[in-house]
Design a protein around this ligand. Structure first.
Ligand SMILES: *Cc1c(COP(=O)(O)O)cnc(C)c1O
Ligand SMILES: [Zn+2]
Length: 431
């Protein structure tokens, strides 16, 4: 059973629905939020509960960086919870990437350190838990890669079947490898992500399969824990900015929802600004934002950052609501800017997949534009692991991405030498 008053509410028309039945969207077509009665909660007490759980980390559900915050995730009987102790990711000094962005106080939250290598695990523990609660035997998603890797893993843990819809063309090898390895039934669709997304919604309805894209309101609840954990790591001191990549726009919606709840509970007393960064070739939100035009999907999205190669993001409305609340901004970055920023994140010894590095590329751009000032405190979210997309890394460092218009500006090429000390000496001297 779900405990405490919880209900679903339409982002668009505010119509409310109970949780007795599976539902992903409103009758009006709007996306849904999971809502709770915050008046029943005491902020001070919650902070103490979370602190105690943090200090007493042992095996069990509170060892999860999501379920530690159960009161603001959703309260469900423990028997339903499917967890891989996700979260508990590190918050790094950005080092070289901070210099590159031109920010003195720049931290990077590495969500690529989750069990399957991306933040998707935080949402997936909740989505699969909800699926178990609703007695689902099969789960499905459309995915550019990380959602499928995560879903296949959590479904395997829960003993469910998983069905994956991936777009045709390039999918990062690390992600495809995981999906296959974890036993996901993988269907490649002739079309892009947006086509796969449309299809999976229909398939789930017709074939009674539980849908686990970020349209699923429970997933968003889990992703809120990224910001809960960051703030706990910072002793509840709120930075001036959060910077986050935007694809389907679920994660930044979760970020603002989480912050809003903390603010309403008095756990934080300052509203940080949120910057959402999109790849220029897949930037419906940035287009809308910068040109002050109505929402319009991008028909042929393109970018090397495949995790955010999405032309018709499902959560654009939720995203705008969060941006309005946080006095946020949207920016877009070019392919070259993404890969150069990635080279800096990697060279800092941290490393992340291309989409993640929009956070750093966007930070640099917003500093140069005078939107973020050098002495403001900034936390960037790195969404995925460096090993997810080795092709992009090798392509950049071998300077072989010319066909995509990308130069290996900071390339670190391997060298072939003779097996002699003299050859090594020469190679080292050449720098
Ligand atoms: C899913 C994903 C994103 C985009 O998140 P949205 O919630 O779709 O905006 C960004 N980076 C990585 C690595 C991802 O896996
Ligand atoms: Zn509605």
């Amino acid at each position: 059973m779900f405990k405490k008053p919880l209900w679903l509410e339409c982002v668009h028309c505010q119509k409310q629905y109970g949780l007795e039945q599976v539902r992903y969207s409103c009758d009006c077509g709007g996306t849904l939020d999971l809502k709770r009665d915050l008046l029943q909660l005491d902020g001070e007490q919650l902070k103490q509960t979370w602190e105690t759980r943090w200090q007493n980390r042992k095996r069990g559900i509170y060892d999860s960086g999501v379920w530690r915050y159960k009161e603001l995730i959703f309260d469900v009987d423990e028997q339903y919870i499917v967890t891989r102790q996700e979260g508990n990711t590190r918050l790094y000094n950005a080092g070289k990437a901070a210099e590159y962005a031109g920010i003195e106080n720049f931290l990077l939250k590495h969500e690529g350190e989750n069990p399957t290598g991306s933040f998707k695990d935080r949402g997936m523990t909740c989505g699969v838990t909800a699926g178990k609660f609703y007695s689902a035997n099969s789960v499905a998603c459309a995915s550019t890669g990380n959602t499928s890797a995560s879903m296949a893993s959590y479904a395997a843990v829960a003993g469910m079947e998983s069905v994956i819809f991936i777009p045709e063309g390039k999918i990062a090898y690390g992600k495809l490898a995981q999906a296959l390895a974890f036993g996901g039934k993988t269907l490649q669709i002739k079309g892009n992500f947006d086509h796969a997304m449309q299809l999976v919604v229909e398939v789930c309805r017709e074939l009674n399969i539980y849908l686990l894209n970020s349209i699923n309101p429970f997933r968003i609840e889990g992703q809120k824990a990224i910001v809960f954990e960051i703030l706990q790591q910072l002793d509840w001191q709120v930075p001036d900015w959060f910077i986050i990549p935007g694809g389907n726009l679920g994660n930044n919606s979760a970020l603002s929802k989480g912050l809003q709840e903390l603010y309403q509970l008095g756990i934080i007393n300052k509203i940080p600004r949120i910057a959402v960064i999109q790849a220029a070739g897949s930037a419906p939100l940035a287009n809308m934002w910068k040109q002050h035009t109505p929402y319009e999907a991008v028909q042929e999205p393109e970018t090397i950052a495949t995790a955010i190669k999405i032309g018709n993001p499902i959560s654009w409305e939720k995203s705008l609501r969060g941006l309005a609340w946080s006095n946020g901004v949207v920016e877009d970055v070019t392919e070259q800017e993404i890969m150069d920023a990635k080279a800096m994140v990697d060279a800092a010894g941290i490393g992340a997949e291309p989409a993640s590095c929009c956070s750093v590329a966007g930070a640099r751009k917003l500093v140069q534009a005078g939107v973020i000032s050098r002495n403001e405190s900034v936390v960037g979210i790195l969404t995925g692991n460096i090993l997810k997309d080795p092709d992009a890394v090798i392509g950049y460092h071998q300077n072989q991405l010319g066909h995509l218009g990308i130069k290996g500006t900071y390339a670190n090429q391997p060298q072939l030498i003779l097996p002699t000390v003299e050859a090594v000496r020469q190679a080292l001297q050449a720098g």
